[in-house]
Design a protein around this ligand. Structure first.
Ligand code: AMP
Length: 548
């Protein structure tokens, strides 16, 4: 497939608003693609380049991209930035710049999908001191051969934000439709493989191939997530349920094969280097090849320490030894996904638990199984007394559902009024804070679209503002006066006193007294609060006696 054909397809998708029409359009493209093209198309159309399990990063920030665009367009970088700010979209800006330039250029090598992918792989593989220069040259070469419309999508793909409104769910449906397979089966395979590109390839082979998928060690699987709920509802619905402490630390997925092991964070980043002591503890407790799921917490004098201390450890990779002495980290293991070549995620929790108990010798999170609300209530109290966040209730017959925030895992914790929101913009600070961002625009999501909800300017220490600045400074995609817009990547937990109905923001809600609580760098922007859950909170708040 020529990259131009792909670009036309993206353009048509961008102009559609109905999900079904999008699914239909994508499903018609898939059967004609070659073996090599199919997974690439599937990932590109979602604005992704590499498999979701992969640690490969393109390593191109907006700055490098702007520099390459400036070179190719024969403009100054400032002019490029100006153009991006005025169009509010890197893709459109590149398209316009290339359109002006192509009036004077006659020679183009045709780009095709596979070649673009190979170029991007080679850009990703450039590492080391001179890599930025090499990456720049490669991006210049790619953009130099791009026609204007191709430039629009190439630039957006390089920033991994295609903005054509195609989500993973739609692509999954399109794959099912294209090859006449049940979409639940496509989802089943995705859960184990964590790469929709590969899943598309197997779907074409047939249902049998999808049924037979296995998890691969060192290909991290998305974490199963929890919903809020209540003890009586869970018992009423399921009878005996499993209750575990809800540890307030950082989620991990530990993979071990022979003498080799890796540890992944909730965002599936490889954090092996940051946690040598945790790894050592786990290796001492397991002889088999496994993938296990758990939460690592920080302990001081026998009690759990605040979550921030764990995160700090995840982030600091340089002075690991020094910090290890300061904070003791302890893994709590609560699930097993794979054992010695067998994929276990389809087994009921009760079975997985038995396997876990005979496979892992220490660090298993205690579990109470009961249908008595009083006993589960005591477990909840015991968790709070011991300084944990609350409890998790789990349905004993449930499979492990990667990436799902379903009703099979329910979290019970004291109601706190905080929301996890994406940081989408900021305003520069004032006075002594003039060199950092001072107030932030945060957003919730509605079906994958970001909806601004509030500005957050309080609750930060100077140190936190500096840290946030560091994390965001290379993510600026547009500027206007004192305002900047970010490529959404960072999640804040934001406290508030009350939700208010407000015409100021498009979602119809605003926060009263918003304040920064902490950075949630274990979460990515797909996991932020939804507009629906905010509506529900608003409803609960309206019904609560405190507000009436
Ligand atoms: P939340 O982040 O509030 O949605 O709560 C879900 C998170 O609780 C999971 O992603 C885990 O990081 C954490 N967690 C702590 N203890 C457990 C447990 N026993 N089982 C599952 N998740 C747990």
């Amino acid at each position: 497939m020529l990259f131009m054909e792909f670009s036309h397809c993206c353009e048509r998708l961008e102009n559609l608003s109905g999900r079904l029409e999008m699914i239909d359009l994508i499903s018609k493209e898939l059967p004609g693609l070659s073996e090599e093209e199919l997974p690439i198309f599937v990932r590109f159309v979602m604005g992704r380049i590499f498999p979701d399990w992969s640690q490969t990063k393109l390593g191109i920030g907006p700055n490098l991209l702007y520099e390459a665009i400036a070179y190719v367009a024969g403009e100054k970088k400032e002019a490029v930035v100006e153009k991006i700010n005025s169009t509010g979209d890197v893709g459109k800006a590149v398209e316009e710049l290339l359109a002006i330039k192509s009036q004077t250029t006659f020679f183009h090598e045709d780009l095709d999908l596979v070649r673009v992918y190979h170029e991007l792989m080679s850009i990703a593989s450039q590492e080391g001191k001179k890599s930025q220069r090499e990456k720049l040259l490669s991006v210049r070469r790619l953009l130099g051969n791009a026609r204007p419309l191709e430039g629009r999508y190439l630039a957006r793909i390089m920033l991994e934000e295609l903005r054509i409104g195609v989500g993973e769910g739609s692509v999954r449906e399109a794959i099912a439709k294209a090859f006449g397979v049940d979409s639940a089966l496509v989802e089943h395979a995705m859960q184990a493989l964590n790469d929709l590109g590969e899943v598309a390839r197997l779907t074409r082979v047939g249902p049998e191939a999808l049924n037979n998928v296995h998890i691969t060690v060192f290909h991290p699987v998305r974490m199963m997530l929890a919903q809020a709920g209540t003890i009586p509802d869970m018992i009423k619905e399921h009878g005996p349920i499993a209750a575990e402490f809800k540890y307030d630390g950082s989620r991990f997925q530990f993979h071990k094969k022979g003498n080799w092991c890796r540890m992944y964070s909730r965002r599936l980043e490889d954090v092996t280097g940051a946690l040598p002591d945790v790894i050592e503890q786990l290796l001492g407790a397991i002889d088999h090849d496994v993938i296990i799921d758990g939460e690592v917490i920080a302990i001081k004098d026998g009690r759990p320490m605040p979550f921030q201390s764990v995160l700090r450890r995840f982030r600091r990779r340089h002075d690991v030894a020094e910090v290890s002495a300061e904070i003791k980290l302890v893994p709590n293991v609560f699930d097993i996904l794979y054992l010695d070549g067998e994929t276990l995620i389809g087994l009921p929790l009760s079975e997985r638990r038995k396997i876990l108990e005979i496979t892992v010798n220490f660090f298993i999170a205690p579990q109470v199984v009961s249908d008595d609300p009083a006993i589960i209530g005591q477990t909840y109290q015991a968790a709070l007394d011991a300084g944990h966040e609350g409890i998790m209730l789990k349905v004993l017959s449930s499979p492990y559902s990667p990436g799902q925030r379903g009703k099979n895992w329910i979290k019970i914790k004291p109601e706190v009024d905080t929301l996890d929101l994406a940081v989408i913009g900021a305003e520069w600070g004032e006075g002594k804070r003039a060199h950092v961002f001072g107030s932030f625009l945060v957003a919730c999501q509605d079906q994958g679209t970001l909806i601004p909800l509030s500005r957050v300017a309080t609750g930060f220490s100077d140190e936190q503002l500096a840290e946030v600045y560091d994390l965001l400074k290379d993510r600026v995609i547009a500027k206007s006066g004192k305002e900047v817009t970010f490529e959404p990547n960072l999640v804040f937990e934001v406290g508030y006193s009350e939700l208010q109905v407000s015409p100021t923001y498009q979602g119809g809600f605003a926060l009263r007294f918003p304040r920064f609580v902490r950075i949630r760098d274990d979460k990515d922007t797909s996991e932020i609060e939804t507009l629906d859950s905010i509506r529900e909170r608003y409803q609960r708040q309206a019904n609560s006696p405190q507000v009436q």
